[in-house]
Design a protein around this ligand. Structure first.
Ligand code: BGC
Length: 348
């Protein structure tokens, strides 16, 4: 176990960004950069023992700042969408940034994902990142403090522990927006990856990708991932939900599970790499990289449609505007505490 620190690059504003590689006993590595608290690389063995980087991403700051689509970044204060960029707390309507088409707040306006976080090595396999956001940043009330602890274990599990609080009553929803490709970042599309999600319901969306409020059963639909099936099997189904999003871009309502049970599993038949995802959050956004469009990624590889999949653990999108969803309002000083992890295995 060791952690190696190296200079990564400089932001447009002149901020210095560092990479920290957590290297485990088996030689697997998790790389985190301080810009966006981004999970930047994850090298785990494939079925032949070859270390494979299963994350899409970039080799330089220009990529992370200009073309990222939130790749690997920490996202908040409110992950995913808020309709009309607003929500109500204590009867007071709060207007926040409308960074998507001037209509919707997406991923908190990029506050956490575009900030340079402060890093501190916290033991031989953990990195602590901290961020403080000023009152009214992107329109969100109160001074916001977040702490994220990344731990990479000898069992090839990357654990993300989130803690956050605010000096005002507000909504909090934090996630990591990693795009995985278990055949490697240059492994083509992920449509052959087999996926299961322990969810009997999902939240359909309107044409602007905002939940309608309905909680719909997955049974008999393309959204039924209760047993492993290739991501591409039903992605082209004649379902208005898939057509309007160009693929999956939906929140799944996770079932209650026995302690220690994964919420999702993924397996790539080509590389023999599998992943289990664990979380204490009520929802997960399955996003199949529907809007990736050939942007240059690591090693100059074009990142095309469906080149990666995201499993973004979260409160459901637009929760504060849907009282039938599990709620995410935190009183001033109250701690948001959450853990999500991704554990990797190989067929060997
Ligand atoms: C959203 C997508 C969006 C992507 C990148 C996902 O969380 O659900 O609609 O395109 O993030 O911003």
């Amino acid at each position: 176990m060791s952690i190696e620190k190296s200079f990564f690059g400089t932001t447009k504003d002149g901020g210095e960004v560092y990479n920290y590689d957590i290297i485990n006993a088996g030689g697997s590595r998790a790389g985190i950069i301080t810009y966006g608290g981004t999970l930047c690389s994850l090298l785990v063995p494939d079925k032949n023992g070859v270390l494979t980087d299963v994350l899409l991403g970039f080799d330089d700051m220009e990529g992370h700042e200009e073309r990222s689509a939130y790749q690997g970044q920490l996202v908040g204060r409110y992950a995913n969408r808020l309709v009309n960029g607003s929500f109500t707390v204590n009867g007071i309507k709060i207007e926040v940034t409308k960074n998507e088409n001037g209509e919707t707040c997406l991923h908190g306006g990029g506050e956490l994902s575009h900030a340079v976080w402060t890093a501190e090595i916290a033991g031989e396999n953990s990195l602590r990142l901290t961020y403080t956001g000023a009152d009214n940043k992107e329109g969100f009330p109160g001074v916001f403090t977040a702490e994220v602890l990344y731990t990479f274990t000898d069992e090839n599990e990357i654990i993300i522990d989130y803690r956050a609080s605010c000096t005002e009553d507000t909504v909090i929803n934090l996630t990591n927006h990693a795009y995985f490709n278990l055949a490697g970042f240059d492994g083509g599309d992920v449509l052959d990856h087999e996926l299961s999600i322990d969810a009997d319901y999902f939240t359909p969306t309107d044409k602007k990708s905002i939940p309608t409020g309905e909680i719909r059963a997955v049974g008999g639909t393309a959204f039924d991932f209760r047993n492993l099936k290739p991501i591409g099997l039903d992605i082209g189904a004649n379902d208005e939900q898939l057509i309007s999003c160009r693929g999956y871009d939906h929140n799944f309502c996770l079932n209650k599970r026995p302690a220690g049970a994964p919420a999702a599993r993924v397996r790539c038949p080509r590389s023999g790499i599998s992943m289990e995802m664990f979380t204490d959050m009520p929802g997960v956004q399955l996003y199949t990289g529907n809007f990736l469009d050939g942007e240059k990624g690591k090693g100059g590889t074009p990142v095309n449609k469906h080149a990666g999949f995201c499993l973004e653990t979260q409160f459901y999108p637009d929760t504060p505007n849907h009282l039938n969803f599990p709620q995410c309002t935190f009183l001033r000083g109250e701690l948001f505490v959450s853990r999500t992890s991704y554990k990797f295995y190989s067929d060997r």
